[in-house]
Design a protein around this ligand. Structure first.
Ligand code: KG4
Ligand code: ZN
Length: 400
């Protein structure tokens, strides 16, 4: 029912006559007007990096281009929204061009669908990518798909997991990035049950703030930045030299909630420095503190995931996996702990996209476009960006 209603909407709003003729030459099992494999160009500009990629419905990443902004933001110790916006404005056309050139594709002939991040994210940055995506789709008479950034992080696991069939729903999902910390059950492409989120800072923000506090220089290049730099420091540190309390463990009500809290960790690390009069210019102390922070952050994540696993068990939800994605999920220590929890205690695999596809990129948006287009979820050319967009509001008509 959902598919046919959406598809009617799709034809009514998004097709020019010429495009109708072109698509009608090809057929798919789902939708008689889609050629297979169909090809999606995805645009990501929700935060700091400008990403564009071309992915097809056979799970092939045809090309990818990205413009990183680390050098722009590092002097300020964090993302500066205005700088991020003007950088997207400056580079997005070139990044689109690069993705098409790498694929050796003609946008008019070879691309079937335009997908673009619609939200959540920084308003001006989202606006940049969305305007470009809408203009391209309308000018070229292509269907347009506005993608939920966090849903696309989750769906990337279905693109990259190397099995002949797509990873089936439902899976427990931990999305950990600079802007979000979410525990969800992914029930379908457009259906997520919200179990928990942070009540204050995201885990990525906590990594970034501690990196700034300890004056750790950002790691350069793709997969770099403050969080990745802190991870490297923590690897050679001793997490037993100091200790900080694991968040939300003291109070019974907070301990039993699936929500998370990371802002206290920065306060605790700060208090350690003051109490022991620590010299944070000393590399060894820096490493030990980084390691102490990371250990507590991971313990907090696994505590809360354990509650989520138990909740799913009580509700008899047949989980196929634990999926972890978002920039922070590229962290090896986090992956290691999540894997032990999922495999040893709950007998499901941990599935994470490769690190370069955990941080923001165009591939995840193009792939979410594939997933949505396949089930007829397309948008009008007039859609607006949604800087705040709860993931649980997607497909909200569906129940547990
Ligand atoms: O998903 P993402 O690329 O952008 C957002 O949507 O926010 O995530 C960026 C966040 C930043 O806070 C960054 O420092 C953090 O992910 N991050 C890491 C690692 N790599 C990136 N945090 C911890 N360890 C890492 N290896
Ligand atoms: Zn992200």
């Amino acid at each position: 029912m959902l598919i046919s209603t959406q598809y009617l909407k799709f034809v009514r709003y998004n097709f020019c006559n010429s495009n109708r003729a072109f698509l009608s030459k090809n057929y798919s099992t789902f939708n008689p007007n889609i050629r297979t494999p169909f090809t999606v160009l995805g645009i990501e500009t929700s935060c700091d990096d400008t990403g564009v990629a071309i992915v097809n419905s056979d799970r092939q990443i045809i090309s990818e281009a990205i413009h990183l902004q680390q050098q722009l933001h590092e002097p300020y110790g964090g993302i500066v929204p205005n700088l991020a916006m003007s950088s997207h404005q400056q580079y997005l056309p070139l990044v689109i061009r690069e993705a098409l050139d790498k694929a050796n594709m003609d946008i008019a002939k070879d691309i079937d669908v335009i997908a673009v991040t619609r939200g959540p994210g920084l308003p001006a940055c989202l606006g940049n990518g969305l305007s470009a995506g809408k203009a391209l789709a309308a000018a070229l008479c292509k269907p347009l798909i506005g993608v939920h950034h966090m849903a696309s992080h989750a769906l990337t696991a279905r693109l990259t997991h190397p099995t002949p069939n797509l990873l089936p729903f439902p899976f427990l999902t931990l999305l950990i990035s600079g802007g979000h910390t979410l525990i969800l059950v992914a029930r379908g492409v457009n259906h997520y049950i919200h179990l928990g989120t942070t009540v204050d800072d995201s885990v990525g923000e906590a990594y970034d703030k501690i990196a700034r506090l300890l004056k750790i220089p950002w790691l350069k290049g793709r997969g770099g930045g403050p969080g990745a730099a802190l991870e490297q420091f923590a690897e050679k540190g001793d997490s037993k030299k100091f200790s900080v309390p694991i968040p939300m463990t003291k109070d019974k009500r907070r301990k039993e909630a699936m929500d998370l809290s990371f802002s206290g960790l920065k306060t605790s690390v700060n208090a350690l420095i003051t109490k022991h009069n620590l010299d944070i210019d000393d590399e060894n102390i820096k490493r030990d503190l980084a390691s102490t922070f990371q250990k507590a952050a991971i313990a907090h994540l696994t505590d809360k995931l354990e509650l989520a696993f138990k909740w799913c068990k009580e509700k008899a939800i047949p989980l196929t996996a634990l999926v972890a994605s978002g920039g922070v999920a590229s962290n090896k220590s986090i992956r290691f702990s999540l894997e032990s929890l999922a495999v040893e205690q709950y007998n499901v695999p941990l599935i994470c996209p490769p690190p370069h596809l955990c941080t923001d990129n165009g591939v995840m948006i193009a792939w979410a476009g594939v997933e949505r287009f396949r089930i007829g979820l397309v948008d009008e050319y007039t859609i607006d960006h949604m800087p705040k967009w709860p993931i649980s509001s997607l497909g909200s008509s569906m129940s547990l």
